[in-house]
Design a protein around this ligand. Structure first.
Ligand code: CO
Length: 181
């Protein structure tokens, strides 16, 4: 079921999400709904708080046709993101991160805005899958960026907070204008 996406500057996006304690049907329904919601907007990732649920859960589905140089959060065709390719991360924790890379990012909570953001190039992350099994994943590409972007949401952060002062100011002005329109 498609849920409503929380749009910036909704205060819920600032919440620190809580640890998931039960890996039950309610969690599975949330994850399934998050996939439907993400797909409905052709997104590549979504955190639970973006559908108003303050739990440490996120999903990522990197399109099959993804090419080098694509920006994170850019829209993609359906069929390119089969559900079985969805990475579901519950209570993720960064074990290692190093290097740095600039990448253009976007966010379903700030639709239509794409900006360069600097993040670690490589991350190693421990998380639980929907059945509560501990998993470890490591990446130094698009997925590493996606994981860091979505994990920020769990701590109440959005990517535009990483922009320079001037770029942020410009964004806020344009965003306020857009919300009024
Ligand atoms: Co986002």
């Amino acid at each position: 079921m498609i849920r409503e996406i929380v749009v910036y500057p909704d205060k819920r996006l600032k919440l620190i999400s809580k640890e998931v304690c039960s890996f039950d049907d309610t969690l599975h329904e949330l994850l399934d709904d998050m996939y439907d919601t993400m797909r409905s907007k052709n997104g590549v990732g979504l955190a639970a708080i973006q559908v108003g649920v303050d739990l440490r859960a996120l999903i990522i589905n990197i399109p099959l046709e993804d090419k080098e140089g694509d920006s994170y959060g850019e829209e993609h065709d359906a069929n390119d993101q089969p559900k079985e390719n969805t990475l579901e991360m519950i209570n993720p924790m960064i074990l290692e991160k190093d290097g740095s890379e600039k990448f253009q990012e976007g966010c379903l909570s700030i639709p239509g805005v794409y900006e360069d953001v600097e993040r670690a190039k490589h991350v190693k992350v421990e998380y639980f899958d929907r059945y509560g099994e501990k998993q470890i994943i490591e990446d130094d590409g698009f997925l590493a960026i996606a994981i860091q972007h979505e994990m920020d949401h769990l701590d109440g952060k959005v990517f535009i907070e990483k922009l320079s002062f001037l770029k942020r100011k410009k964004f806020e002005k344009e965003w306020a204008k857009r919300l009024k329109a």
